[in-house]
Design a protein around this ligand. Structure first.
Ligand code: PLP
Length: 360
């Protein structure tokens, strides 16, 4: 059996054929495919505008620059890829890490407690962690009641609609729902935000090539957009295949020490399938499990080490926040293989191997 990573892209004949057609065409960088892909993205997100960019981090960077001012205080989650809170730092703003709920996402009740006490908070940067969509009504309530900006980092939830939030960002890294190699996008319903992000993506220039701001080259190529276009057509299928895997895992782990992060819901998009294991009850450590599973050719991952406890963040004064839920979650979490091409036999092999290694 081949090595089974925790995540992997699905590239099929149609993707390859379209890709070759673009390679033979006149445009490799900014041609019609970019516009076509952007249209497809905003249609999926039910949003008015989309700016495609070179990766999900660039999407967050430009979104943060468009939404924030220097010195703004922003509530965010410790349970994400570092890019989420890094984008706040890029904008010379200050992230404040808020503890998470049982499902791994930022605790919006705790956010409200902080917002009640501190009127200087300008925004929440939240992540629909692992594929479970954030409580949109609650976000809308917080936005309107406390007059704050909301950014949804939807790197784990390609397919989610933009509703009340100011901006939603995506990543098309190969482990995500759709792959363009490197790639990402920002969607918004706000024309001014759209114009600013589009300008910053292209060196800070307007349509007449006047440089108005210090921007970047964060453009997505026609080559990548071509792959994105053939991938996005299959998004619903990919999501369905991931959900089927989640259902099967949920069932297999019933009444075992392996606890799915949250019970199956068909609104969850399962970028990751995360389980929690209470290692304090076992004779084996989490690292030993990762090593033993690797010997069985199964790649587990940890999503995520608390961002506020990363060495860089500690060096700039973070790390002492009270985040007991995050701390316990980090002791227990493991992401197991979940991607459309994982066959039923392979899923069963993952289930059997994990239970065997845990000796339960
Ligand atoms: C939650 C989250 N945000 C942002 C990113 C950054 O995306 P990219 O790797 O495309 O820069 C990722 C990707 O790993 C992610 O998981």
């Amino acid at each position: 059996m081949d090595f089974l990573p925790y995540a992997k892209q699905t590239i099929e004949e149609d993707d390859i054929n379209d890709f070759i057609d673009t390679l033979k065409s006149d445009f490799l960088t900014t041609g019609l495919k970019v516009n076509e892909f952007e249209r497809a993205i905003y249609e999926v997100a039910n949003a008015k505008y989309c700016v495609s960019v070179s990766n999900g981090t660039a999407a967050l960077h430009l979104a943060a620059l468009a939404l924030l001012n220097e010195g703004d205080i922003v509530l965010t989650t410790p349970n994400s890829f570092i890019a989420t809170s890094n984008s706040i730092l890029y904008a010379k703003a200050t992230p404040v890490f808020v503890d998470i709920c049982e499902d791994g996402s930022i605790d919006l009740n705790l956010c409200e407690d902080i917002l009640k006490q501190d009127a200087s908070i300008k925004a929440i940067f939240a992540v629909s962690f692992s594929g479970k969509i954030l409580d949109k009504k609650r976000l809308k309530y917080l936005k309107n009641t406390y007059n704050i900006k909301i950014l949804e980092d939807n790197a784990h939830t390609m397919g989610v609609k933009l509703t009340y939030s100011d901006i939603s960002t995506f990543s098309f890294h190969p482990v995500k729902h759709i792959a363009t190699g490197e790639g990402g996008a920002v969607v918004t319903n706000d024309k001014a935000l759209y114009e600013k992000i589009k300008m910053l993506r292209n060196h800070g220039q307007d349509d007449k090539h006047q440089m108005l701001d210090l921007g970047f080259n964060y453009r997505l190529s026609d080559i990548s957009s071509t792959l994105g276009l053939s991938q996005i057509k299959k998004l619903d299928t990919f999501i369905h295949q991931r959900q089927e895997i989640a259902k099967r895992y949920d069932k297999a782990f019933q009444n075992t020490i392996v606890k799915p992060l949250y019970p199956y819901t068909n609104s969850s998009l399962y970028h990751l399938y995360v389980v929690r294991v209470d290692f304090s009850k076992l004779d084996i450590t989490k690292n030993e499990v990762i090593i033993k599973m690797r010997e069985k050719k199964i790649g587990l991952q940890v999503h995520y080490r608390p961002i506020n406890k990363q060495p860089y963040y500690k060096n700039i004064g973070y790390g002492d926040e009270q985040t007991p839920m995050m701390d316990r979650y980090f002791q227990e979490c493991l992401s197991i293989p979940c991607y459309p091409l994982l066959s039923e036999d392979e899923q069963q092999y993952v289930i059997n191997s994990l239970l065997e290694v845990l000796n339960v």
